[in-house]
Every structure is written in structure tokens, then in C-alpha cells.
Design a binder for this molecule. Sequence first.
Ligand code: HEM
Length: 517
Amino acid sequence: MIKSLLQSRIPDNAPISGIDVLRPELTVGSPNRLVFGPFFLFLLLIFVKRRYFSPISDIPGPFSASFGHWWQWRRTLKGGTEKETIALHQKHGNFVRISHKEVSIGHPDAIKALLVAPLPKGSWYQVFNLPDKRYVNQMGELDPTRHIHKARNVAPGYAFSNVIKSEPYVDEAIRTLEDQLGKLSQDNKEVDFSQWFNWYGFDILGEVTFSKSFGFLKEGRDVGDSVANTAILAVYICIIGHVYWLHSWLLANPLIDKFNLRPSLHILDTCFAALDARKKSGEARKDMVEQWKETRAKHPDRMEEKEILAGCLVNIGAGADTISSALQAFFYHAIRTPGVYNQLRKEVDEAQARGELSAVVSHAEAQNLPYLQATIKEALRFHTPIGFGFPRVAPAGGITILDRHFPEGVTLSVNPWVIHRNKELFGDDADVFNPDRWMDAERAKEMNKYMIPFGAGYNQCPGRHLAHMELSKLTATLVRDFDIVQVNPKQEWKFETHFTAVPYGWPCKVRRRNRGT
Ligand code: HEM
């Protein structure tokens, strides 16, 4: 069939059999040469210009990075962006060229210069506008002024005073998780925390955002392969973000909507169903969507209806993987680092014996457990959930960092892993998991200036209050109630960093304790 189609276009005198049909000859003046010759020359000129005549040509980095996004794509597909960026900075210093137009900056001054200053975001972020560019959310908004307006509209939903109202629903999720772990403990079955913590993150997001859990914890399974699908989507986002125009031909293709081809994903279906149900009944508790609706009712000129859906979708995209990564980092390192789990246990058991802890530890109670808080902080530093540089764009007039001027349009990024493993900032043992570094208040105050697990400045994670509540409550409750051991204590976990660094592959066994013993 293919052969007959090809033959119908081939001139009479052309070879017509076997492989020759599929390899038309490149004769002088043949159409192929006329088309491909200039095309390859054009490509060559682009490569030479990018490599040798760009304003960042003198900045060292991997050879492939100077031609395009090859290095970033390869790292995304293979994983290890964070480790390789650290290694590149150790080799080349503060500035490393990681693409034809992007420089990674390893010096802490970049936090203020790039993140705190309201610079435009790199075009890569547009891919976060889900399901497509009609629904621009705060994460996908590149322009700082418009971003600040959008963020102001949704801020009341993320405020601690609002999030804390959802604490009973977080309690419910923790009770369900403990019941499920109890059953696994009784049956002597393995526990895959990469799944359970992801489900915990998703179920709470559903409750807090639009008052509907996704039901993962209750069912104890990946309903509709949602988590597996989001892992694939994470790779897609990292790759396509660099060639955003392709997105309109792929997942954001209008034909997908027109012919209703968008795959039905349990996570999206649940979100749409919850919003629909609310429209019909009008009843709702004070969740994020309700806060956003109130803002829209007060300021219809300032906030569009579609920003509400956009807010729900960006939460789902941003707030589950990250939580799973942080919780896994806490438990994996706490059980593997001599003394840490015992120290946590001692602190929690003593608080329990003094009658200071509820059945599910409350957010307020967990704040009075300093070693637990230090271990959470260390988990966020040592295995930061986001392992990708945060890209910003040099504004009109350019920007000068550490005496180096970057002209307008150059993308500059700062990778939190590079900052968090800096020995000058966090001590000679920065490459070691050590919660004790946070126990000295003076030292902690100094190190806090360089902690950017939630980013910094006007793009800082608005979900950090919720995240902190989820982490504090679950870690305190589980440390008190369960013994956790790896099935094979010598087995290291695995993770491939796309945007997030979400580990897997460290199966555990758990045993429920009698409280306070
Ligand atoms: C440990 C958990 C979390 C970590 C480490 C984390 C980290 C981050 C970071 C670093 C950014 C900024 C990225 C940048 O500058 O490009 C961010 C943005 C964001 N996060 Fe989180 N996050 C976490 C949990 C959450 C949760 C639970 C939610 C939802 C309630 C959430 C919602 C968002 C949103 C909406 C943005 C976009 C903010 C903007 O661009 O203005 N995150 N997060």
C-alpha cells in the first residue's frame, strides 16, 4: 500500500523495486537536493550563530547545550537534572550554559536577583496553562504584573486562615491512611509509600480545593491509572515546555476538544464533576473554590470565571507529587540515617505521654515538636521536591549578576538543589542528611535565608501553608503510630527528576504500635 502510494509520485525513469523505491536518488538538481541542501545550510547557520555569536557564547557548559535544548531534554528523559547541574557548577563555577539561551546560576545572589525581583518567567512555564492556553493560571502567566493580579485573586483560598479550616478533612485522610497501613501490617504485606503518599496528596487537594476527595486512599489503588498518567504528563510538560508551539498540535490541539478526544482521567473527571455538582446545588463549604467565587462576586471586573477552573487544575498539577516527594524524603532518610528515627520517636512519645497529642496530631501540636520540624526542613533541603531550575528572563536593559551583564531576553535560572547543597551556606556536611543542623536557632535563621524549596518572591508556592500542614500532621502521627523498616535496608530508592524529583522503589514493611510504647 505504502509502496503503491510512493510509486504513484515517482517519475517513470526512477528505480521502482525494493529499497530503491524508499530511497529516491539525490541527483544534481533533484528536488530533494534543492529542498534539503538549503535546509541543512540554514540549520548549520543557526547552530554556528548559537554556539559562537550568542551573548552567552563565552559561558561554559555541556557542548550540546550551546545548540538548543538537547541537554535539557536528555536530562529530563534520563533523569538526574539536579545532580548534573550541581556537578556542572562544581566544574565551571557560578555560571553554566544549559541551553542555547539559558544560563544556570549557582550563586545565592541569584535568589534575590532572579526570584525575588519581579522578572518575567521563562516561556517554558506556559505549558502549565491547563488544559490549554485559554486557561492561563498564575503558574503559566509569564508577565509579572498580570501574574501578580492573578495571584491576588486566588490568594484568599491559599491563606493559612482558610487552609486551617480544612484540617478536619486532612484528619480524615490520615485516619484512612492509618487504617490501610494497619491492614497491610496485619497481613504482613509490603507498603509502597510512593503510591500511598501520592494518593494522600491528591485526596487532600480534592478536599481542600473543591470539597471532594479523589478516593484513592479509601480504595487503596490508583483509580483509573491516574497517578501513572500524571507521571507521563510530567515528562511531557518538561519536554514540550521548551517547544511550546508543538503543544498546540499535541495535547492542546483544539480538535481534541471539538471531537471530545481528551482522555477521560479520573482526576480531571472528579474535578469537573465536583464543580458541576456545586453549580447545581449551590451548597458548599468554605473551600478554595468558594473563596475564589467570593472574590469573583466582589470583583467581577478583576477575575474571570475560568480562573476558578484554572486554579483547580494547577493545584492538582502542583500539589501531589511535591507532597509525595517530601514525605518520602522524610521517612526514607529518617529510617536510614542512624539515630534519626529514634530521636523523632523519643520526642513524639514524650509529647504523647504528657497528653499533648491528639489521635491525629493537630497542626498546632506538631509545631511544638522541634526535632520533627527540623527533620521536615532537612528533608526539603536534602531532597528538594523540585529539581528543575526556575527560569526567569532578563528584562529590558538586561540584568547584572555578580558583575556579569546579561542582555534582555537571556533566560537565567536557579536550581534549588544547587543552592541547598552549597557547603558555604549549609556547612561542610551539606551532602549529608542531618536534621541537627536546624536545632541551633541562630544558625537556622541564617540558613533559612537560602532555603527555597517553595521558591521565592512573587512566584513563591502559594500552597506552602497547606503543604506544611500536610507534612507536619502526617509525619508526627505516623512516627508515633508505626514502626517502618525497608524490606531490603540496603536497597536505595530511585528517582528521575523531570520537574519534580519523586522517588520510588523502596518497599517497606510497617507495624502498628500501641500508642506511646
Ligand atoms: C512540599 C510541597 C510543595 C513544594 C515543595 C512546592 C514547591 C513549589 C515551588 C518551588 C513553586 C514555584 C516554582 C517556580 O518559581 O517556578 C511552586 C508553585 C506553585 N505551587 Fe507548590 N509546592 C508544594 C505544594 C503545593 C501544594 C500542596 C499546592 C496546592 C495547594 C501548590 C500549589 C502551587 C501553585 C498554584 C504554584 C504556582 C505559583 C505561581 O507561579 O505563582 N504547591 N510550588
